[in-house]
Design a protein around this ligand. Structure first.
Ligand SMILES: Cc1cc2nc3c(=O)[nH]c(=O)nc-3n(C[C@H](O)[C@H](O)[C@H](O)COP(=O)(O)OP(=O)(O)OC[C@H]3O[C@@H](n4cnc5c(N)ncnc54)[C@H](O)[C@@H]3O)c2cc1C
Length: 459
């Protein structure tokens, strides 16, 4: 890598090249998790496929490690690397909806808010995550869990195809018919196989839901969790609801008497129609009167962005996760003990249901192996103050250590940090790992794309 080759790369990129001496460098290397502080040599802002091909080729020719940045949300900071080249897809945020076919094309750097905005105009939605600033790229390639998981499956279950640039610089399409092995691998295998420049999704008729959080006092959490575990696993597919331990933020729309209180809650999303909603929620409300009930009609994009204002970029994040088959009484006891000790106002624990439509897909139909698990758990230590880094990390680790014996060996790869090790990645893909490793060998034999939950090229 010389000044002249860098200048040539810079001249060839429509989106621009940022180096450590540029004034925008520190802003450009930031990712969502404020704990991550990595210093790449080059940040290639890619405006189109040609830019991605140029960046991949340059990194390969100059033996630079590469990271791919979609929305920059990965808690382990996998969108940015030290001493290498960042392929930053943030200029590629286009979204195009085909209302007749009910399909959506999103650029490799689009955020879910971009997709929700574009699809809502046509009364459509694609299953995504619960924060609208998360990238389509990373969330989709890892699986995609959210408010529509029980109704419509994981995000990958709604992926119809991708266009991508491989490690050798070739541009390919992967669908069920074209390069089907690659299409299988990208539906859960993360950024291991190349840079996805566009995604094609199936969209659903979803416009206004009956949704929002219901909160109960923390002292009631054993009862709520016991009720929740049996209710949600038997509930019709048009109800989604994830459980949370949380601290009520000290501001509107929350009533003052609940400010800063530790509570437990369920964030519901019912898509079966507003006419039926009140009736469907009658038994839910009857089980135990919530201390706060914010469930009601809400346009889908509002639900999708409900927590954005709380979780702004730059906070400190430390996550631990697992898949969960069963919530035993003993596990609930541990949950309540640690959930009652949330270390900061932003910290939380979520149990996301992954049954319903997501469980109707066979375990080997995509790399996402845990189709028989009932929940994906995530313990999230969060705070704005870097001085609280150890406090939130230790709490998350202690909580996870107590619950892991009651959980599956693997976790949802998008809820893992960057250093959990090869065995944990293998455990997360289970029986699908060896097929992933074979496909990795075929498309990326030198492990060029390795800043991710890495799948080693098979023998
Ligand atoms: C606040 C918050 C809320 C979240 N909520 C949810 C949720 O509700 N549901 C859920 O499923 N997940 C959720 N996540 C996890 C999220 O799915 C992962 O963090 C994911 O990696 C984010 O994708 P990104 O594109 O923003 O990340 P980035 O940091 O940009 O990228 C992460 C990795 O994804 C890969 N990647 C990204 N884009 C591409 C691309 N176009 N081509 C190839 N590889 C690519 C790369 O390997 C990269 O290293 C949440 C994360 C945060 C921080």
């Amino acid at each position: 890598m010389t000044d002249s080759t860098v200048a040539t790369l810079k001249a060839s990129l429509r989106g621009g090249l940022i180096t450590p001496t540029d004034s925008g460098y520190d802003e450009a290397r930031k990712v969502y998790n404020g704990m991550i502080d990595r210093r790449p040599k080059l940040i290639a802002r890619c405006a189109d496929v040609a830019d991605v091909i140029a960046a991949v080729s340059y990194a390969r020719d100059n033996k630079l490690v590469v990271s791919i940045r979609g929305g920059g949300h990965n808690a382990g900071g996998l969108g940015v690397c030290d001493g290498g080249l960042v392929i930053d897809l943030s200029p590629m945020r286009y979204v195009r909806v085909d209302p007749k076919k009910k399909t959506v094309i999103a650029g490799g750097g689009a955020l879910w808010g971009d997709v929700d905005h574009a699809t809502h105009a046509f009364g459509l939605a694609v299953p995504a995550g619960i924060i609208s600033t998360t990238g389509v790229g990373g969330l989709t390639l890892g699986g995609g869990i959210g408010h529509l998981t029980r109704q419509c499956g994981l995000t990958i279950d709604n992926l119809l195809g991708v266009e991508m640039v491989l490690a050798n610089g070739k541009f390919v399409t992967a669908t069920a018919k074209e390069n089907p092995d690659l299409f299988w691998a990208v539906r859960g295998g993360g950024g291991n196989f190349g840079v996805v420049t566009s995604f094609l999704f199936k969209a659903h008729d979803i416009h206004t839901n009956y949704a929002g959080p219901m909160l109960w006092h923390i002292e009631e959490s054993v009862d709520i969790l016991k009720w929740y575990r049996s209710f949600i696993t038997k509930a019709p597919r048009d109800i989604n609801g994830f459980f949370a331990f949380l601290v009520v933020p000290p501001g509107p729309p929350f009533p003052e008497h609940l400010h800063n209180k530790k509570m437990c809650g369920i964030v519901w999303n019912y898509t079966g129609g507003l006419k039926k909603a009140e009736k469907v929620f009658k038994p839910i409300r009857a089980f135990r009167k919530p201390a706060l009930d914010m469930v009601g009609p809400i346009p889908h994009p509002m639900l999708q962005s409900m927590f954005d204002a709380l979780y702004v970029p730059g906070l400190q994040w430390y996550w631990k996760a697992d898949f969960v088959h069963e919530l035993s009484d003993e596990a609930i006891t541990h949950h309540v003990m640690h959930g009652s000790r949330l270390p900061t106002m932003f910290s939380t624990m979520h149990l996301y249901p992954i049954d319903g439509a997501a469980s109707r897909v066979k375990a080997n139909a995509t790399p996402w192996a845990y189709r028989d698990a009932k929940w994906a758990s995530v313990i999230v230590g969060v705070d704005p103050d870097p001085a609280n880094k150890d406090k939130i990390t230790n709490w998350a680790k202690d909580y996870w250590n107590a619950l892991h014996p009651y959980s599956a060996p693997g976790a949802y790869v998008n809820f893992m940090m960057d250093n959990e090790g090869d065995d944990r990645v293998k455990a997360s893909y289970g029986k699908n790992y060896s097929r992933l490793a074979k496909i990795k060998k075929r498309y990326d034999p030198s492990n060029f794309f390795r800043v991710n939950q890495n799948i080693r090229p098979g023998k």
